[in-house]
Design a protein around this ligand. Structure first.
Ligand code: FAD
Length: 443
């Protein structure tokens, strides 16, 4: 056990947390709540990591297009996020296929009974199968929403692509709805992700509306940082090595402490903690275009049922949150996945605008690219079998957290931060409100 620090330290550092993404900020909050003195070191000049928002010419531009966060109730239970303002997107998802759009959503009981005549009539009209397939999807999503998590997790774990045919949906619905939606939810066009992670993502989608944080993704880490004791976070400080009792920094030499939590992304964590397994990654490019007029009035997640262009999914983000663009401007945010994400930007932008024109049924040639953000290591892959509770305790005094220890989501990162803090508190012999059951050693 580590020697107990004085309770409620304010002017000393018991624990250094390296990285001010949501994982590090969640860990810092749990540790300060227990009375420890905590310093969070962040290499960038701002907090947030992958949840950063660039402010350019009156636009608020997320680096990571955070509109697939259905766990708003859970997020608001995170200390510091009680007052987080989220703007909901339209129900379900709009699938664009063969020049037509069709909404697939859980049933809200508002559409009235589906008669055989109505189903057959619309099936004949639509390449996606019409009302019958919509009803099947609604019933599939309703069943999944009601399913206890243990039952979801008891299903065989295989690559998602392999599980698609076993979910009781016709193959055209799988190809036009399920595959593009899961691609968007998992940032994984090959669907190599564990089917359990995919089912959990779909379940969250079925249970709650997608939403975007008002003002941009960075609102989330900014609120979390603001809820920490003043002076806890030091930006512009890069850790170059870490041990159980100190962190060497590029700017300020060695900083002493009694424990260290490494809360960086997976690659930086593997550099600071040699021996830590490095996952594969899904690359992404996020494109922000501005247009004179909105191509669509509603804030709907649009996915490509034809999968014939570089854009995986897109929304008119200003339709959900007006604060994202200057007065009179429209902001369309789109995500490119897989190999296309690595295309040179001029080629990608041209192809994306042509594709966006098809997806929105409009002319997008004149849209202007405000900015693009490419991240070759955007999302840690969650291949089957995926351990959603990877160890966070390296040894007494040294801990690791981040989305690569849990699920590759905001929620996963926050949970991992809490687990790492719990492990440290246990080693300090301090009480903790949410201690996890087991603390195996990290690998
Ligand atoms: C395009 C895209 C879309 C996404 N969409 C969603 C979504 O809709 N919903 C969802 O739930 N999740 C989404 N995610 C995933 C989510 O953004 C991440 O899982 C989450 O933000 C990871 O948080 P983290 O704290 O683990 O890591 P990070 O945010 O990467 O934070 C790590 C921090 O450590 C800092 N750091 C690194 N090295 C050092 C060092 N040596 N010294 C000091 N500081 C250092 C970094 O600067 C960074 O601030 C998306 C990700 C991407 C890329």
């Amino acid at each position: 056990m580590l020697s107990s620090p004085a309770r409620h330290s304010t002017d000393r550092t018991d624990v250094i947390v390296v990285g001010a993404g949501v994982a590090g900020l969640a860990a810092a909050r749990r540790l300060t709540d227990a009375g420890l003195g905590v310093t969070v070191l962040e290499a960038a000049p701002y907090v947030g990591g992958r949840m950063s928002t660039d402010k350019v010419d009156g636009f608020r531009l997320d680096r990571t297009a955070h509109f697939l966060t259905p766990s708003s109730a859970e997020l608001r239970r995170t200390p510091g996020l009680e007052k987080l303002a989220l703007r909901p997107l339209s129900h379900g998802v709009l699938v664009r296929q063969g020049g037509r759009s069709q909404r697939f959503a859980e049933s809200r009981g508002a559409r009235g009974p589906l008669t055989a005549a109505r189903a057959l009539a619309s099936a004949a009209r639509s390449p996606l199968g019409g009302a019958l397939d919509q009803a099947r999807v609604a019933s599939f999503l309703n069943r999944l929403a009601a399913m206890p998590a243990e039952r979801v997790l008891a299903r065989p774990e295989v690559p998602t692509a392999q599980a698609l045919g076993t979910r009781g949906l016709p193959s055209r619905t799988v190809e036009c709805f399920l595959r593009p939606l899961l691609t968007a939810l998992l940032s994984d066009p090959e669907l190599t992700t564990s089917s359990r992670c995919a089912d959990l993502a779909l379940q969250a989608f079925a249970r709650e509306r997608l939403s975007v944080p008002t003002g941009g993704a960075s609102t989330v880490p900014e609120l979390m940082a603001a809820a920490l004791p003043s002076g806890t976070v030091r930006t512009g400080v890069r850790a170059v090595s870490a041990s159980t009792t100190s962190v060497d920094t590029a700017e300020h030499g060695q900083l002493a402490c009694r424990a260290v939590v490494v809360a960086t992304g997976a690659r930086a964590a593997a550099d600071l903690l040699p021996g830590l397994r490095l996952p594969a990654f899904h690359p992404t490019t996020v494109l922000h275009h501005t247009a004179d007029a909105p191509p669509m009035a509603e804030p709907a997640l649009v996915v490509d049922g034809d999968r014939q262009g570089p854009v995986s999914h897109t929304i008119v983000v200003t339709a959900a949150d007006r604060s994202r663009a200057p007065h009179g401007r429209t902001l369309v945010t789109s995500v490119v996945l897989g190999d296309a994400a690595s295309e040179p930007l001029t080629t990608l932008d041209k192809a994306a605008r042509a594709h966006l024109g098809e997806l929105y049924g409009t002319q997008a040639d004149g849209w202007q690219l405000v900015t693009a953000h490419h991240d070759p290591e955007a999302v840690p892959a969650m291949r089957a079998p995926h351990d959603r509770r990877r160890p966070v305790r390296v040894l007494a005094g040294l801990y690791v957290c981040g989305d690569h220890r849990d699920t590759s989501t905001v929620q996963g990162a926050i949970v991992s931060g809490g687990r790492a803090a719990s492990a440290a508190l246990r080693d300090f012999g301090l009480p903790d409100a949410g201690t996890p059951a087991a603390l195996p050693t990290a690998a």
